[in-house]
Design a protein around this ligand. Structure first.
Ligand code: NDP
Length: 447
């Protein structure tokens, strides 16, 4: 019998923590997890899942506006934010229940309260209970980074956007990353007046410039206003309840201001210093490739480590940790060729090197592209064109990256990512017969 209460104590029941708990338990470990808010974490409770449902809900606007040319008359159509919001939140409740069941089915004990580290092998719960464990896994995720400006308390983050009492008539979005572009798309489609302000000229930094520029043109044509090289200085609440954002020399009135300027690791007050762990500059927990901190009994996975802030990555890290420490199968996560997508409207997705990155690493790079009007748009007033770009090393013919913007881009890219990860060549794509008529066929017809 071990001297510890548990073999593994996990702080945070999000994507990484839940996966690690289940796998460690399957390897025979006695596992407990503490969660201070709701089981499921950012992705399930206030991120990927409810966001995607809002995207689906908002896309009906476009479908309905196209329906006329396809022969449909829809009388009296209207949209009720509260119906969509409540449906989404009810499904989040359902998923939270399923995640709780997963823990139970895998004999993982859960403590629904905050836990802090008190030493290399001990934690303390908010209720005062002290618990010892042979290993501790920190999987507390991240939290929206709010700017330190007067009036920030009147603004919302992506945490609150799912619970708004009313749909804002005017929404100001601060930031030009994933969250900014996704919610700008949702509320624009739902009929809100949306303005995005970003501190630089570059939105969606890290994505291929060609596809980002196309998205930006489409977003503007759909009515989203952009103010680039702009920053918010302060926010005042006016007598009628509306908000006034001061950009320094210019003001913008809005009903809600969504701050989406990144997320920071959730380590404040977590007590990691009691185990000798020094946090990084952003508050992240530094780890090695086995997710091990500087304290041999403490590991960390997911957003709290500030490596790649994506759910499937946190899940892989949690799984690899559990296999390594409890399954006698040391494993590391590969961080190359991680596909990712922005669920903007239309969505954008990419895998591998962008053109800019490829040109820095390879002497001879060729970019193949397809710039096409999706068939779905032909019957509609919508003249939007999709754009696929394939980045190829001319010397080896190897596909280094694929980047796309257009309907269903993430669905198509996931499959294309297998080919890029496998190191296939442009000739392999060309040798594949097109599936006609589809948008995906553009990938094997590129020139
Ligand atoms: P992002 O890192 O994607 O974007 C942050 C944006 O805010 C950038 O435009 C950035 O500009 C700007 N910014 C950063 N700091 C400041 C500042 N101090 N003042 C003004 N502007 C600033 O963050 P998000 O909040 O959108 O999302 C957080 C993370 O969550 C993402 O990185 C992603 O990993 C994950 N996520 C993934 C999604 C998906 O997979 N579809 C969806 C939503 C979130 P600059 O580029 O100049 O730094």
């Amino acid at each position: 019998m071990s001297d510890f209460d548990y073999d593994l104590f996990i702080i945070g029941a999000g994507s990484g923590g839940v996966r690690a708990s289940r796998i460690a338990s399957s390897h025979g470990a006695r596992v407990a997890v503490a969660e201070e808010y709701r089981v499921g974490g950012t992705c399930v409770i206030r991120g990927c899942v409810p966001k995607k449902m809002l995207v689906y809900g908002s896309m009906f606007a476009e479908e309905l506006s196209h329906a006329g040319n396809y022969g449909w008359t829809i009388e009296g159509k209207s949209f009720d934010w509260k119906v969509l919001r409540d449906f989404v939140n009810a499904d989040v409740d359902r998923l939270e229940g399923l995640y709780g069941k997963t823990l139970e089915n895998n004999r993982v004990e859960k403590y629904l309260e905050r836990a802090t580290v008190t030493g290399p092998n001990s934690v303390k719960l908010a209720s005062g209970k002290e618990i010892t464990a042979k290993y501790i896994l920190v999987a507390v995720g991240g939290w929206p980074a709010m700017p330190d400006i007067p009036g920030v308390e009147h603004c919302i983050s992506s945490n609150e956007v799912f619970h708004l009492e009313e749909q804002p008539k005017r929404l100001l979005v601060v930031g030009g990353g994933y969250i900014a572009m996704e919610f700008a798309g949702v509320f624009n489609a739902l009929g809100s007046e949306v303005t995005v302000i970003n501190r630089s000229e570059t939105i969606l930094r890290g994505y291929d410039r060609g596809v980002v520029e196309r998205l930006s043109e489409i977003a503007q044509a759909r009515g989203i206003q952009f103010k680039l090289n702009a920053n918010i200085r302060s926010v005042t609440k006016q007598a009628d309840g509306s908000l006034l954002a001061d950009l320094g020399g210019e003001t913008i009135e809005a009903d809600q201001i969504l701050i989406a300027t990144g997320r920071k690791p959730n380590t404040a007050g977590l007590g990691l210093e009691t185990a000798g762990i020094k946090l990084g500059v952003k508050g992240e927990v530094p780890v090695d490739q086995y997710n091990r901190t500087s304290c041999p009994s403490i590991y960390a996975v997911g957003d709290v480590t500030d490596r790649v802030q994506l759910t499937p990555v946190a899940i892989r890290e949690g799984h690899a940790f559990a296999d390594t420490v409890f399954g006698n199968k040391p494993r590391i996560v590969e961080y190359d060729h991680i596909p990712s997508a922005v669920f903007s409207q239309p969505p954008l997705a990419g895998v591998g090197l962008t053109e800019e990155q490829a040109r820095r690493e390879y002497p001879n790079v060729k970019v193949y592209k397809s710039d096409f009007r999706p068939m779905k748009n032909l019957f509609s007033p919508n003249a939007e064109r999709g754009l696929y770009r394939m980045i190829v090393d001319e010397d080896t013919n190897k596909v280094l990256g694929i980047h796309m913007v257009g309907p269903e881009a993430p669905e198509i890219l996931q499959v294309a990512a297998i080919a890029v990860k496998a190191g296939l060549t442009k000739a392999d794509f060309d040798a594949t017969v097109a599936l006609h008529p589809s948008m995906a066929e553009e990938l094997v017809l590129l020139n």
